[in-house]
Design a protein around this ligand. Structure first.
Ligand code: NAP
Ligand code: ZN
Length: 349
């Protein structure tokens, strides 16, 4: 085992602080990367706050991990020392069930291993995320990072990007489709860019007045302040599909009402509390309320290549690791446009 510097915490009431974790020695199929940038997703915040339940200590968040390969195991085929690479949410799976064979490892029958706070089937204990100097991972779960001009701004694609790309593709965002994006945060702002690049017409719904104009700058065709009842009513029965990225409890019935017949509201946000759905809001118009969880490894690579081709990255505010607690507080208040990214070089200083 190697001792590695990281940032994490033991419980929700203790701020994140520097600590030491252990990374496994390289296995034949493993790569080791030095982490250059790591995005901060609202899922990191949910987990640190124990929104989804208590966790084994310590927790080291971070699952939008971009770095440079520093070592490769004997059997590694696709990477060499010096390559840029990415690690997203998935770092292990059984690799032989129906789902893994189909490339949807996130639904692995034996349980997928997430990049942090997940039982570690190789080393025991649980996994530690990207708020750290290095990561060690089987190359099967490592992404080739295209040569984005702004590498820091590309890191968030590894979770935010794939989480919206996968449902946009699955539900057929494209020419002739009117797609709604609910919530303009880390996921939502990338969803606007990707849905536009796919050729859809994009309507954004936000609770923040300051984001209405910004949504158009990001590429949305129309932006609606959700507290404006008249503006909302104008979209009744108009949209084919809505991607819901809201992180807190909210009324999804309003948005079911904006769908055309056979339309779908796809939830990717993870409000910790259950949401209620009125029967008539789905029965009338044969509407669906669905969910989607990140995306598989092959689709994540496809998304990275798509974003590179279409010049899509996240609008990022770069911070030092020492400012991570302030960043979490600001993310909690919705005070970020639109993704914090940690410059991991700051961990050395
Ligand atoms: P974020 O940057 O905090 O964005 C969430 C946005 O939701 C906010 O910017 C805000 O947008 C809106 N919002 C927040 N509270 C609201 C409320 N009470 N009512 C209405 N709107 C509200 O978070 P993120 O990183 O994009 O993540 C969004 C959610 O997706 C989180 O729950 C996260 O855990 C989850 N997630 C899921 C997956 C998956 O695979 N399913 C992957 C990654 C993240 P406006 O200001 O525009 O209203
Ligand atoms: Zn995430």
């Amino acid at each position: 085992m190697q001792q590695v510097k990281a940032y994490g915490t033991e419980n929700p009431s203790t701020p994140l602080h520097e600590l030491t974790i252990e990374r496994r020695e390289l296995q034949p199929h493993d790569i080791e990367m030095e982490i250059l940038f790591c995005g901060i997703c609202h899922s990191d915040l949910h987990q640190v706050k124990a929104d989804f339940g208590q966790y084994p200590a310590p927790i080291v968040p971070g699952h939008e991990i971009l770095g440079r390969i520093t070592a490769v195991g004997n059997h590694v085929k696709n990477f060499k020392v010096g390559d840029l690479a990415g690690i997203g949410c998935i770092v292990d799976s059984c690799d032989h069930c129906e789902y893994c064979n189909e490339g949807i490892e996130q639904f692995c029958e034996e349980g997928v291993t997430f990049s942090f706070n997940s039982p570690d089937k190789v080393s025991g204990g649980h996994t530690f995320g990207g708020f750290s100097k290095t990561y060690v991972c089987n190359e099967r779960y490592v992404l080739n990072m295209p040569a984005f001009e702004n590498l820091a701004a590309a890191a968030p694609l590894l979770c935010a990007g794939i989480t919206v790309y996968s449902p946009l593709k699955h539900w057929g965002a494209g020419p002739g489709k009117k797609v709604g994006v609910l919530g303009i945060g880390g996921l939502g702002h990338v969803a606007i860019k990707i849905a536009k690049a796919m050729g859809a017409e994009v309507v954004v719904f936000t609770t923040s007045e300051s984001k209405v104009e910004d949504a158009k700058r990001l590429g949305a065709d129309f932006a609606v302040l959700s507290s404006d009842a008249d503006a909302m009513a104008a979209y009744t029965n108009k949209l084919h599909f809505i991607i819901d990225t809201v992180s807190a409890k909210h009324d999804v019935n309003t948005y079911l009402g904006l769908l055309r017949h056979d339309g779908t509201v796809v939830l990717v946000g993870l409000p910790p509390q259950p949401l209620e759905i009125g029967a008539f809001n789905v029965v009338m118009g044969r509407k669906s309320f669905a969910g989607s969880n990140i995306g598989g490894i092959a689709e994540t690579q496809e998304m990275l290549d798509f974003c590179f081709e279409h010049n899509i990255t996240a609008e990022s505010e770069i911070i030092d690791i020492q400012d991570v607690n302030t960043a979490f507080e600001r993310l909690d208040k919705g005070d970020v446009k639109y993704r914090f990214v940690i410059d991991m070089a700051s961990l050395a200083s």
